[in-house]
Design a protein around this ligand. Structure first.
Ligand code: DC
Length: 223
């Protein structure tokens, strides 16, 4: 059975952690679509392309090859950049890059192509609303900005990335605003997505809620 699970939500809502665990449980390929926008941002920063200059960014898209290896690491022109794309410089600029229509269409093509060939769980902002409008399961995770900033701050420290809680909170609020107000394909829950507020839930509790939704769907598809 071919299955697409869309797991969307704002920055720090816990999507990637949950998606990784669900991928293992249900034997699905996990694709972190945010990592793709981050990789384009990293390319621009490393090549002195101003992330706020839409024309300049779109002009270099043809030079950027993004792929995932079998362990789920993201490759930018063949190089593993999984760690580099989490650095502050990338986080501070990714919302500009991901607001450009041409960038989005380019990466969305890639995301749809991956979904054609494998059963996947893809996390992002627009997976259920735009990339895979016919996804079998659509979940949208939310959490307060403060909870999300705490999680991101802890994650940064654990990964050895320089982190300041107030700066992380400010960055999250700024990205929430830009991501949900961009003209083309803004970040929003699909009309038929199931919303889960993870603010006061443990990872195990979120997994259990998501599993209930997925199991119900699998039973329905089996009938
Ligand atoms: O989930 P994240 O913080 O790694 O995402 C990085 C940025 O990419 C985020 O600010 C918005 C953008 N993004 C997007 O516009 N659409 C997606 N499907 C995934 C991420």
């Amino acid at each position: 059975m071919h299955l697409v699970i869309a797991l969307d939500g704002p920055s720090g809502s816990g999507k990637s952690t949950i998606a990784k665990m669900l991928a293992e449980k249900y034997n699905l390929v996990h694709i972190d679509s945010g990592a793709m926008y981050r990789a384009v941002t990293l390319y621009c920063l490393e090549n002195n392309i101003d992330p706020k200059n839409e024309t300049a960014v779109c002009n270099v898209l043809a030079n950027i090859d993004i792929d995932f290896d079998s362990k789920g690491n993201i490759l930018l022109n063949g190089k593993d950049v999984s760690k580099k794309i989490r650095e502050n410089d990338v986080s501070n600029n990714v919302s500009y890059i991901s607001s450009y229509k041409q960038v989005r269409l380019n990466l969305i093509d890639k995301q749809r192509e991956i979904g054609k060939h494998s059963s996947i769980i893809m996390d992002g902002r627009d997976i259920g609303s735009f990339v895979f409008p016919n996804a079998e399961v659509k979940i949208y995770q939310i959490a307060s900005a403060e909870t999300r900033a705490k999680r991101r701050h802890k994650q940064n420290i654990n990964s050895g990335i320089n982190s300041n809680y107030d700066a992380v909170l400010e960055n999250i609020k700024m990205r929430d605003y830009i991501d949900s107000h961009r003209e083309f394909d803004p970040s929003k829950p699909a009309d038929d997505a199931i919303i889960i507020d993870t603010s006061n839930l443990t990872i195990e509790e979120v997994i259990s809620k998501c599993s209930e939704i997925i199991d119900r769907k699998l039973k329905e598809l089996d009938r």
